[in-house]
Design a protein around this ligand. Sequence first.
Ligand SMILES: Cc1cc2nc3c(=O)[nH]c(=O)nc-3n(C[C@H](O)[C@H](O)[C@H](O)COP(=O)(O)OP(=O)(O)OC[C@H]3O[C@@H](n4cnc5c(N)ncnc54)[C@H](O)[C@@H]3O)c2cc1C
Length: 488
Amino acid sequence: MSESNRALLSHYVTDVTGNVFALKNLPEEVAAVLFAYYSRSNDGLRENLIKLISEGDLAISSPADNAEEGEPLAGAQEKARAFHEKWVVGYGHGSVAEHAVVKLAAENVSILASKLIEDCRLASYTEKSTRYVAFDPSKAMYPEDIMASPVADVYRDAIKRLMNAYVDMQAPVIEQIKERIPRTEKQSPRAYEAACKSTACDTLRYLLPAATHTNIGLTINARSLETLIGKLLSQPLIEGQQLGEQIKREAVKVIPTLLKYADRNEYRASLHCAKPARTAAPVAVPPGQSGVCVLEPYFDEEQALTLIGLRSGVTRPAGEGVAALLAGRGLHDAPPRSFERISLTFEIVMDYGAYRDIQRHRMATLVTDNLTPALGYERPRDLEAFGLEGIFVRLMEQAHEAHDAIAKAGFPSEAAYVLPLAYRVRTLFTANLRELFHFIELRSSRQGHPSYRKIAQQVWDETNRIYPSIAEHIRVNRNQYSLTRPAS
Ligand SMILES: Cc1cc2nc3c(=O)[nH]c(=O)nc-3n(C[C@H](O)[C@H](O)[C@H](O)COP(=O)(O)OP(=O)(O)OC[C@H]3O[C@@H](n4cnc5c(N)ncnc54)[C@H](O)[C@@H]3O)c2cc1C
């Protein structure tokens, strides 16, 4: 390789000679096309990169040399665009688009709409925590069409009432927490203060309306993003559609060709119309309660054990085989893939705050009803203990009335914004046993929010009822904590 090519490559790859190297400083679409060239070339990626650059009429130069001019890879980008137009967009070689990755920030998104963005299996998310951050009461969704309607004041008052209560209760709740759980010698005053504040956030998040603004960091490949944008643009919720447009507008600046056809999809939109506006009655969880029930059909335990234990080299009886597969599993180890052969479906009725967290499990399939007041709301035990239950109940009832008035005024989707996270929602949660190990162990842990810890424990109870000899290997935390004890 010539010295000049070696110098050029050193700006784009971490090693110019070794068999394994990372790419750097390359536009996402150029990186994707380079990987795609593997399937049509005897050359390595570096040779292809040099060809792409020279065929793109690019003078050999480094990004630093060309910083003033700004577009050192313009020719290569143009070739990449032509490739993607032909192969990815035109001939449907869609997996190439997975090598182009975008990192997006979506700020001041309502919690309600955040669930639409996070409903994507092949993406990575990090969202502002309701557990560690006291939310700013002035930041919430006020939809333009509602603000221009006769129910504007109903909406505004409903949000303000909840937000004000959330703020006003912080100090008294923190005081009560401190009275109940004094600082231990091991804790620094600063750590203790922070832990008491988080515990108060855990308790008070039930009051936050679904309109509350949050921030989301999203890392996603172009193929998945095209689907996500299409889903958002096909939503009945106007904020969802606006997010679809904004995400597309910003992401095309990074991957211009691959998102060209990210559009509203009429089929998807029709599915929303077909979905009943009101929540269906739970089929297994008793009315007026939250809870978890496994739904039929499922394999009986012998069949399940046999299916999981079937693995080359394992010739013991089925139950023993499963135990052997799990022997020596470390704290952070997942069970083997064969555990994915068996899935269970649970009907889960839970507060929307818990749903907000549980929906994040991408290996599970969640089919969820719209958020409405139909299933009632959770009463956090801690608020009762703090003597705040009366105010809480009044706030919940006022939110219900506001919801109904807004829905009746012609905003059935947007009415959910005024419902606080305490209101329940029903989901059908399907997960394979491998994911159930992860879900139960993570979500029942002491660090977790009490609302989803209880659900994880109930999911374990149900799994144990159906598959006791598998459930016994799941490290469930069965403890209840009346308050999340401040961490040391
Ligand atoms: C105590 C606690 C605090 C949390 N705080 C926050 C917070 O402040 N903000 C926030 O946004 N979230 C927070 N979360 C949620 C957390 O970050 C995860 O999104 C959530 O727990 C889902 O878990 P998961 O990603 O491990 O599992 P799943 O999505 O269920 O996936 C199962 C497993 O598959 C693998 N996997 C799945 N997808 C990928 C992928 N794209 N890349 C690599 N591996 C993958 C991983 O091994 C993963 O553990 C918190 C969770 C807990 C328990």
